[in-house]
Design a protein around this ligand. Structure first.
Ligand code: UDP
Ligand code: MN
Length: 402
């Protein structure tokens, strides 16, 4: 905790708050860090009657709401917001540990302006030992940004924002946030349509909410004096269940596509499609309600957001040149294709350039050609030989066949 945090004063009449903790198949003990819970159709036994009995000790202060079917965390949080009674709602993952005086610093900016969403600084809780420890070095402030494939990133607060503040312990503006932990005025959250109900299960909702808030007149502040620990998991203990079935392609990429098609402008959409060319072919469902909401709320365009809020994204992730080639890269000799073998982006092949006449993929520095080694089915760089079809690759711009 920053020493300065001990000396700030907060308003005494802060708004009544509901803490909403959505969960699916979480550990019983970690979940018991809760105040108010919404259950997303868990099928773990001890999350059933045990939990009902356990929370009786709080005499109605803790409410357990169960979904009739698995809804995913996004819709479940929206439901939690509707059911909550507090003027402000705080969302937490079901494996958090709040730190000393975490709530007043989160509520104060909302008390001043109900369109401010606040985010605590998230510390780490070790998933093996449950040791609580800061993730960020003392005295450094980070904020949430994104890259063009819509991976969430963090960046040290740029001078343009840091210079607006006298103290490092003051809340500062952030383009986005990690997703799980934040506070917001409940009516405001519902006014801006909560989360897009077309987003499925997990992923992208942090961007949807952030772009919507910023572009439609609100703001996001990270609050260094509010610290909450989060257990960063070793693995995801659940699958995306039935909601992911019958969905061709990656569900998370579909969510991203909905978000960028609603909130980005044409220029910035292209950067996303450069990173995720397959996303052009994914069915994102109907976004007309989202677009209508954007018009109704008279939201600003994405260019405004980039220039005035997320300006540091360009420093870290410059605008992308168009892909020279993209699509299926097939070897002439054996008809096998290049494959990332399931590795997540960025999984690139380094410095190759492609030659249309020879179909060679050539390493720019060494001048060697990418060669398929037919027995091991691995790739190698070998001196270029115009007669070797194992060195010839065709690239087709084609929708994937899933
Ligand atoms: N969750 C949920 N339904 C789901 C998936 C997740 O209610 O279908 C809950 C989960 O139990 C957790 C929160 O949503 O409380 C955020 O998920 P998670 O912690 O897995 O996300 P991460 O922190 O790994 O990004
Ligand atoms: Mn989590």
């Amino acid at each position: 905790m920053i020493e300065e945090c001990k000396y700030w004063h907060y308003p005494t009449k802060l708004p009544k708050t509901s803490v909403i903790i959505v969960f699916h198949n979480e550990g019983f003990s970690v979940l018991m860090r809760t105040v108010h819970t919404v259950d997303d159709f868990s099928d773990k036994d001890n999350l059933k009657t045990n939990l009902d009995n356990y929370i009786k000790r709080w005499r109605g202060k803790v409410r357990l709401i169960r979904n009739e079917q698995r809804e995913g965390l996004i819709r479940t949080r929206s439901r939690g917001a509707k059911e909550a009674t507090g003027e402000v709602i705080v969302f937490l993952d079901a494996h958090c540990e709040v730190n000393v005086n975490w709530l007043p610093p989160l509520l104060a900016p909302i008390y001043r302006d109900y369109r401010t969403m606040t985010v605590p600084v998230i510390d780490g809780v070790d998933h093996k030992t449950f040791e609580y420890r800061p993730v960020y070095a003392q005295g450094t402030n980070f904020r949430g940004i994104f890259e063009w494939g819509m991976l969430y990133k963090e960046n040290e607060v740029p001078d343009r924002e840091a210079n607006r503040h006298k103290h490092k312990s003051e809340p500062y503006k952030s383009p986005t946030h990690a997703g799980g932990l934040f506070a917001i005025n409940r009516n405001y959250f519902l006014e801006i349509g909560a989360y897009d109900p077309g987003l499925l299960v997990w992923g992208g909702e942090n961007f949807e909410l952030s772009f919507k808030i910023w572009q439609c007149g609100g703001s996001i502040e990270w609050v260094p004096c509010s610290r909450v620990g989060h257990v960063y998991r070793a693995f995801m203990p659940y699958s995306f269940g039935n909601l992911a079935k019958n969905r061709k392609g990656s569900l998370i990429t579909i969510n991203y596509k909905r978000v960028i098609e609603t909130w980005f402008d044409d220029e910035h959409k292209e950067y996303f499609y450069t990173r995720e060319p397959n996303a052009r072919f994914l069915d994102m469902g109907d976004i007309s309600d989202q677009v209508a909401l954007k018009e109704k709320l008279k939201c600003k365009d994405f260019g405004w957001f980039m220039e005035n809020v997320a300006y540091d994204v360009y420093d870290k992730f410059p605008k992308l040149p168009k892909n020279v080639k993209w699509g299926m890269v097939k070897n002439k000799a054996s008809s096998v294709c290049l494959d990332t073998m399931g590795k997540a982006a960025p999984a690139y092949i380094g410095k190759h350039t492609y030659e249309d006449e020879t179909n060679h993929l050539i390493h720019r520095l060494h001048g060697y050609c990418l060669t398929l080694q037919p027995h091991s089915r691995t790739l190698a760089l070998a001196p270029c030989d115009p007669n070797n079809t194992y060195q010839q690759w065709t690239i087709t711009h084609k929708a994937p066949s899933w």
